[in-house]
Design a protein around this ligand. Structure first.
Ligand code: FAD
Length: 256
């Protein structure tokens, strides 16, 4: 059966624009859809030729929420995001209820500190994870690093800042927003790419934790170049990716 045959038309129930090229939206949650935080579904809309265009989207809402939330880029002339950007409350989006994805913390063995490293919309699966009670019980510390160009692109910032410190459960949340474009802005976010913050030790110093093979488990999501470079940096520290047959320290997900 194709995605089209399986798919369900789901009404958009809410939309929030963070910046002209970034927005979040919710749809009705199809009956029976179950997912683990970090997983993704495929959503579809008619493209320029009338045929449905399908794209993978990480679910940004908690696994228990009564809706599905997504956080999207708008790519100039993007075959999917151009029609998506025109969606308003009441419009319908097709959701293929088959869930996919290996960005799941149950694939890790051990570890005390969970590091979630995202560029741009790569924060979407981590927003779902932050609401997961099992994750909060399992780790002592959760570090969320969100790298964007400008402050307006720090989606979910207020919500995440309100959660920092001890979470209900056990873990303590550290939030490290970081900007990569030169901006005149009030102080808080760090400056620099994730790889720079790891390479010069600023990331570890800012949260008071070491990135180590024994204690750290990492998830890295978003821009493929960032992911490639982070893999190399983690490799220098003796860390390896989680594979079916070998317990490693990190899991990655490229968005393109
Ligand atoms: C597992 C998985 C999960 C994904 N989850 C999300 C998500 O939660 N939110 C989301 O916005 N996208 C997500 N994507 C990307 C998404 O599937 C589409 O690629 C994106 O919506 C653009 O679609 P498009 O047809 O407009 O452009 P495409 O033709 O798909 O892409 C054109 C170009 O745009 C750039 N691009 C694509 N996606 C992004 C992005 N997210 N951020 C920055 N640049 C991008 C790349 O350079 C790409 O080559 C995910 C992809 C994968 C594989």
């Amino acid at each position: 059966m194709s995605a089209e045959d399986r798919s369900i038309a789901c009404a958009v129930t809410w939309r929030h624009d963070w910046a002209p090229h970034l927005f979040s939206f919710r749809t009705v949650r199809p009956d029976g859809i179950a997912f683990a935080p970090g997983q993704f579904v495929r959503i579809g809309l008619p493209g320029a030729d009338g045929l449905v265009v399908w794209r993978a989207y990480s679910i940004a809402s908690p696994a228990t929420a009564d809706h599905l939330e997504f956080y999207s880029i708008v790519v100039p002339d993007g075959p999917f995001t151009r029609p998506l950007s025109r969606c308003r409350v009441g419009d319908a989006i097709r959701v293929d209820p088959t869930v996919y994805g290996f960005l799941r913390t149950d694939r890790f063995d051990g570890g005390r500190h969970l590091w979630l490293l995202a560029t741009g919309t790569g924060i979407a699966p981590f927003r779902s994870m932050l609401a997961d009670p099992a994750l909060r019980r399992r780790y002592e510390d959760i570090v969320l690093v969100h790298s964007v160009r400008r402050p307006a692109e720090l989606a979910y910032r207020a919500e995440i800042e309100a959660m920092t410190g001890p979470l209900e459960g056990r873990a303590r949340l550290h939030y490290v927003p970081t900007l990569t474009a030169a901006v005149d802005d009030e102080a808080p976010p760090s400056r620099g790419r994730i790889t720079t913050l790891i390479g010069d030790g600023r990331l570890e110093r800012s949260v008071g934790l070491d990135l180590s093979k024994e204690d750290s488990r990492l998830m890295v999501c978003g821009n493929p170049s960032m992911i490639r470079e982070v893999r190399a940096l983690l490799g220098e520290r003796g860390m390896t990716p989680v594979r079916r047959e070998t317990p490693g320290q990190y899991i990655t997900e490229n968005f393109w």
